[in-house]
Write a protein that binds this ligand. Structure first.
Ligand code: SOE
Length: 378
């Protein structure tokens, strides 16, 4: 196996999810390349040291520019807050590194476009961590749709519901809470949660043409962790939008961090001419499927336990019937990326694919302001 040296930037929740994937992938997949945890980089020297020792990184940096200047780093993984993505990605492309970037690609479309131009100019392999595409049940949904089992698609319905920001005493900004600070996150639930729903939707059902959205910020002011002052909240706490796909189907998307009782309820349902599909992140190893062409007396929603050897990715894990979970979607994504590197074929979503999601987010946020239908930039 050829070694591929990884330099990870950021050690939060996503830094852990990615590190775990790099460590496990070669144990389960037969690949030409094996990731090596070469260096971890973040600003806080003590924390970065602790992270390096816990996860087995060989070295550490506290300045990402130094990481990019190193000859022994092949791949840069950007897992730090959104406002840093653009600068690091462009510099990493110029340094000729392969780049993985945490979602969303950027703060907005124009930033994302510059990142796309940089990686395409440098011709470096690149991918964005929209991990839910790699949940076997979601990948199975993609197979069924591509095989034409659903026929013409009429409806797409997606939701991503959480409840962790309801308290008005929760501050904004700083480690762990930068998602509430618009200057760092770019937007609220639109870029953080709906971006996942949009990415999956574009993958499963094609391009989105137009959107009509509403957003709300329920708590207008919060103490900022870095300044210690009470400041305006600039993110969208909740967002719902209607959309039309290029294939003529109609869609509704909803996301909030104010749905008491829901921690990470990502669901989607697709209704086609012959069949329907429903998926739920809380039950991620199952796909619900309704087939109208079944014999009438037996017709009904069936629950497919997506754990058999002929289900996507499942032959790489245990024996049929034993399920896997959230962390494995990241392992699959690294496996696909490395396979792509070996074969010279980009693994999706590339930066360019993810730019499409960014453009949908931009149109959604614009529509919430103008109160009008907005076209998605192509
Ligand atoms: C937010 O709470 C969050 O962690 C997102 O940032 C992730 O992308 C999502 O997968 C789970 O929720």
């Amino acid at each position: 196996m050829k070694k591929l040296n990884v330099g990870l930037i950021g050690y939060g929740f996503m830094g852990r999810a990615h590190s775990n994937a790099f460590r496990k992938v070669a144990n389960f997949f037969d690949l030409e390349y094996q990731p090596v945890l070469k260096a971890i980089c973040a600003r806080d020297a003590d924390k970065v040291k602790a992270f390096a020792s816990k996860w087995g990184y060989e070295s550490l940096e506290t300045d990402w520019r130094k990481l990019l200047a190193r000859d022994d780093i092949d791949l840069v993984d950007i897992a730090c807050p959104n406002d840093m993505h653009k600068e690091i990605a462009i510099a990493a492309a110029k340094a000729g590194k392969m780049i993985l970037c945490e979602k969303p690609l950027a703060m907005n479309g124009p930033e994302g476009l510059k990142m796309v131009e940089a990686v395409e100019k440098a011709k470096v392999p690149n991918m964005v961590w929209y991990n839910y595409r790699r949940v076997p049940a979601v990948a199975l949904a993609k197979q069924l749709i591509d095989e034409g089992k659903l026929g013409r698609i009429f409806h797409y319905r997606a939701k991503f519901l959480q409840d962790w920001t309801i308290s008005k005493d929760l501050p904004q900004g700083g480690a762990g809470l930068w998602r509430l600070d618009v200057k760092v996150a770019g937007s609220g639930v639109t870029g953080d949660l709906l971006a996942h729903c949009i990415d999956t939707a574009l993958w499963l059902n094609g391009r989105l043409d137009t959107v009509n959205a509403m957003t709300e910020t329920f708590i207008k002011q919060r103490k900022h962790n870095l300044t210690g002052k009470v400041e305006q909240v600039g993110i969208d706490d909740a967002c719902a939008f209607l959309a039309r796909f290029q294939n003529g189907s109609l869609a509704t998307f909803e996301s909030t961090r104010y749905a008491r009782g829901h921690k990470a309820l990502y669901t989607f349902e697709i209704n086609g001419e012959h069949a329907s599909i429903f998926w739920d992140l809380h039950d991620l190893h199952r796909l619900q499927y309704f087939e109208h062409r079944d014999e009438g007396r037996l017709r009904g929603w069936r629950t497919i336990h997506v754990t058999d050897g002929d289900h996507p990715y499942m032959d790489k894990w245990w024996v049929p019937g034993l399920q896997i979970g959230y962390e494995h979607s990241f392992v699959h994504q690294v496996a696909d990326f490395l396979e792509g590197v070996a074969q010279g074929k980009p693994a999706s979503p590339t930066f360019r694919d993810a730019l499409e999601t960014q453009y949908v987010c931009d149109a959604v946020l614009k529509s919430a302001k103008t109160n009008k239908w907005e076209k998605v930039k192509k």
